[in-house]
Design a protein around this ligand. Sequence first.
Ligand code: 1HN
Length: 324
Amino acid sequence: MEALATAGTSAGTAAALEQLYPRLARETFTAGWHSRSPAVWPHPRTGFKPRLWSYKRGSALLDEAGELISPERAERRNLVMFNPMEGNDYFALPTMMAAYQMIKGGEYARNHRHSPNALRVVIDAQDDDVFTVVDGVCLPMRRGDVLLTPNWCWHSHFNRGSGKAYWLDVLDVPLVHLLQPMFFEPGQAFEQSILEQHAEHPYRIETAQVARQMASEPGASAWRSRALPAPSMKTISLTLHTTQAPAVSTPVQAVENRIYTVVEGSGQTHFGQETLQWERGDVFVAPMWTSHFHAAAGPVRLLEISDRALFEALGFHRSAPTPQ
Ligand code: 1HN
């Protein structure tokens, strides 16, 4: 912008401008035409990259950590998946973070609440051993379930069995850091009183059940996608992708940032020249405006967690008509 603004000016004017800039800065002004970074650019650009975290590696490292740290000391025993870029060791995407969490049989992850919206996707848990309590409602955590803990809901987790349980946590913590309305409150008591117990609840989505419905519809061997309603989560959207046989999805390129988790099956996702291979429990990210498509090796259940609801609410949502 500066070259444009000063083109055709005399040497004297250019020198006078150079003297003006430091005087402006001393009074905390920047000349709009002389800013170090532009205010606008033609299409989204982000330092976040497509990346995959392996459940085999993550769970093995979490087992090691489990010998050293308790949920009492850690608040939550989890491994946060960060996108390696300058200054970042916590965020997977600009608006969302992701972590593998593990609790052993007999352990309790204490009650607390906070502004960030959160959800869990259960990767391994023995049926009827593991539960999340949300505002006094006890919800079962079974393999493939999604449990929602919308902002400012009390939540705690426990495992009353003998085996370890593993799940994926997704939270809009990076968004709350950007906008800054962070609040956190520990529960008065370590454990949360259970007022009700339900298997069916708006905060519990059984992806196995949704996948069964999708499989009973015509064309189930093709790649198909269904939005999972989660109106309690204002910033996060859920989509389940399934196929009953090897299949390829259509390419997408849109502004939402996406975290994918492999609930069942294996396959690969193509990002231009780059391919990420995935299997059950793995987590991978497709940052804003990265064109990509999936190829399933066989029956697949892939859960997409995105910030689409946020962009739609703000009027910023956009998709490329022909992904590049
Ligand atoms: C949190 O509250 C949980 O409740 C998991 O299980 C991960 C990461 C950052 C901040 C709060 C949980 C979290 C978290």
